[in-house]
Ligand binder design. Structure first.
Ligand SMILES: NC(=O)C1=CN([C@@H]2O[C@H](COP(=O)(O)OP(=O)(O)OC[C@H]3O[C@@H](n4cnc5c(N)ncnc54)[C@H](O)[C@@H]3O)[C@@H](O)[C@H]2O)C=CC1
Ligand SMILES: O=C(OP(=O)(O)O)[C@H](O)COP(=O)(O)O
Length: 340
């Protein structure tokens, strides 16, 4: 049983904490919070132990949220920390993880240099075995890598060109925008996602462009892949259909919009309406000779959660890729094939 801490209990942290509670080989020691807000209160109500900075103990206790110790106490009590603090804050915590000689999993908002390796379970689990510091790449990069490494099974991926429509903010982020604009992110090429993909697949020829759209629900990707060999559409569809963490959305049932995908998650009673699988529109898959094009939606709040479970096991050498991915998928109810 591996003891895991979660530092930073926001969009990603709360989902990672809940996922840890579902793993048969992991124990959640507690989570670190800096302010006694509604998220801290609900964590307390769920029986999760809360650790806070020394200077915040009084503030939490005055709010009626009991404190189990300081963030240093949390790190010391754990074998490994999943750092889900905001972009760049994880790097500031690294010296503490080093001081107590604890392994750590960082998120995609950190620079790649923070870790020994950038990680995507379907692409490079084996390379991450035993690495003390692992960075799970960002949500869009996770989706790109999952898709590329899956299609690579049909024929070697030689070139990727992708356009990423980014959701502007998560649903709770009331102060972020834009609310009435499309904003190239950035208006230069490539966006950071190509460099991020190259942090996992070193020599791939990939160029990405990104634009922020005023929506909170999901990202959407439009991807064009050049393969080494000519392939058949049925082979591309087959590999997509048979890979857990990717689901197909059938054109038969009139679900093309991200809002409709969220409605499906609600109807299926998915926890928090999360869909950690890449959602490929089956009719968008276009194949001509060695060229493959497709469109898929990415639920940014949940896609990296299974990757974090696998990164924990890879870092601590708990098991091989196949077993880890299977246990993660089974415990989190992650599917393959047609979602609808
Ligand atoms: N939200 C998303 O769509 C995705 C985010 N990520 C990455 O995950 C990481 C976390 O992002 P989110 O969960 O969205 O952020 P968030 O802002 O929702 O959560 C961060 C949490 O850390 C807490 N925090 C702030 N400063 C802290 C400190 N000094 N010590 C401890 N806790 C602190 C905040 O109070 C908050 O609870 C980032 O690297 C981000 O790029 C990756 C994939 C998707
Ligand atoms: O990791 C993400 O996006 P990215 O893959 O475009 O970097 C998440 O959606 C977080 O993005 P944010 O920095 O807009 O909160």
């Amino acid at each position: 049983m591996i003891s895991v801490a979660v530092n930073g209990y926001g969009t990603i942290g709360k989902r990672v904490a809940d996922a840890i509670l579902k793993q048969p080989d992991m124990r959640l020691v507690g989570v670190a919070k800096t302010s006694p807000n509604y998220e801290a209160f609900i964590a307390h109500r769920k029986g999760i132990k809360i650790y806070v900075p020394q200077q915040s103990i009084k503030k939490f206790e005055e709010s009626g949220i009991p404190v189990a110790g300081t963030i240093e106490d949390l790190v010391k009590a754990s074998d490994i920390v999943v750092d889900t603090t905001p972009n760049g804050v994880g790097a500031q915590y690294k010296p503490i993880y080093q001081q107590f000689q604890r392994n750590a999993i960082f998120q995609g908002g950190e620079k790649a240099e923070v870790a020994d390796i950038s990680f995507s379970a379907l692409c490079n689990y084996d390379e991450a075995l035993g690495k003390k510091y692992i960075r799970v790449v960002s949500c869009n990069t996770t989706a790109l890598l999952r898709t590329i490494c899956t299609i690579n099974k049909v024929s070697k991926v030689e070139k990727v060109r992708a356009t990423i429509v980014r959701r502007a903010a998560d649903q709770k982020e009331v102060k972020k925008g834009p609310i009435n604009s499309l904003v190239p992110d950035p208006a230069t090429v490539p966006s950071h996602h190509a460099k991020d993909v190259n942090s996992v697949i070193k020599n791939l020829d990939i160029v990405t462009m990104a634009v922020i759209a005023p929506t909170t629900l999901m990202h959407m990707h439009f991807i064009n892949i050049t393969l080494k060999d000519k392939v058949e559409k049925k082979d591309v569809l087959s590999v997509l259909e048979n890979t857990p963490r990717i689901v197909l959305i059938s054109s038969k049932y009139d679900a093309e919009a991200t809002a409709e995908l969220v409605e499906i998650a609600r109807d299926l009673k998915r926890e928090r309406n999360d869909i950690p699988e890449v959602m490929v529109f089956d009719d968008s898959v276009y194949v001509k000779d060695n060229e493959v094009m497709l469109m898929y939606a990415v639920h940014q709040e949940s896609i990296v959660v299974p990757e974090n479970m696998d990164a924990i096991r890879a870092s601590t050498r708990l098991m091989n890729a196949e077993d880890s991915i299977r246990i993660t998928n089974e415990s989190l109810g992650i599917l393959k094939g047609y979602l609808i």
